[in-house]
Write a protein that binds this ligand. Structure first.
Ligand code: NAP
Length: 221
């Protein structure tokens, strides 16, 4: 597939590596410009581009930047992007360590709904709860006992089907985690988050998630 990745850090870099090794065409962008991505481009064969170029002529866009930087993206970034292009959000809200307080999320809005509102596009939430390094060294063939499963939340069934298939191709069991409004079940501090569970474990953990955001994942008052 043709995939654009916005963010080339821990997650964006490793998704670039894995997606390229699976033969996908990848364009990757960061905030400082393509010249700063020369090493990643040389290593992987991905095309380093400006942010606006990463959303052009692709089938999937992966947004993988810190939550606090989402409002820095151009407000019209997706204006010309066809509605059938799938947009993935890998993000997490870390008010204490990184992002500062975001009122709507503090008030209970799921993190990816907030991202979706800012981008002006539906998003599919996935990859937010797996350590970046595990994307590189813990993938396994379908059918392997204990294969790590990843929850996938989103509203559009076609977009979600594309992402479920991509997760499987990357070496993880995809688990349909419902709609974006349900995606608080996979946010930081929930039982599924960072737990590397198998599919059955992910389903159980999603069900067991408490609605209230854990205190240490709220902004300090
Ligand atoms: N690290 C993990 O294991 C992990 C796991 C799951 C999910 N996540 C989540 O995934 C997201 C990305 O995490 P990460 O660890 O990969 O972050 P990271 O290593 O800090 O990298 C952030 C990337 O975002 C880019 N960026 C920031 N602002 C941008 C902008 N306005 N336009 C374009 N690019 C921009 C940065 O580019 P510059 O360097 O040029 O500024 C950098 O390439 C976060 O929400 C994080 O919570 C992380």
């Amino acid at each position: 597939m043709r995939i654009g990745i916005i963010g080339a850090g821990n997650i964006g870099g490793n998704l670039t590596r894995r997606l390229r090794s699976l033969g996908h065409e990848v364009k990757v962008a960061n905030s400082r410009g393509p010249a700063t991505l020369a090493d990643l481009a040389t290593e992987t064969g991905a095309l380093a581009v400006e942010v606006r170029e990463a959303v052009k002529d692709v089938e999937i866009v992966i947004v993988t930047i810190p939550q606090k930087n989402i409002p820095d993206l151009p407000s019209d970034l997706f204006a010309q992007v066809p509605s059938n292009v799938v947009v993935i959000d890998t993000g997490n809200y870390y008010p204490r360590e990184r992002d500062g307080a975001i009122a709507a999320i503090e008030d209970g809005m799921p993190e990816s709904q907030w991202v979706s509102e800012h981008l002006g596009r539906p998003v599919v939430k996935v990859f937010n709860g797996i350590y970046a390094q595990h994307l590189l060294d813990r993938y396994q063939p379908k059918g392997t006992p204990g294969r790590i499963a990843l929850p996938v939340a989103g509203d559009d069934p076609t977009a979600k089907a594309t992402v479920l298939a991509l997760v499987d191709e990357l070496g993880f069991d995809p688990v349909d985690a419902g709609e974006l409004k349900d995606s608080w079940r996979q946010q930081p501090g929930t039982p599924v988050y960072g737990a590397d569970l198998d599919a059955e474990g992910v389903r159980r953990a999603l069900l067991e998630a408490p609605r209230e955001r854990p205190e240490n994942f709220k902004a300090e008052r």
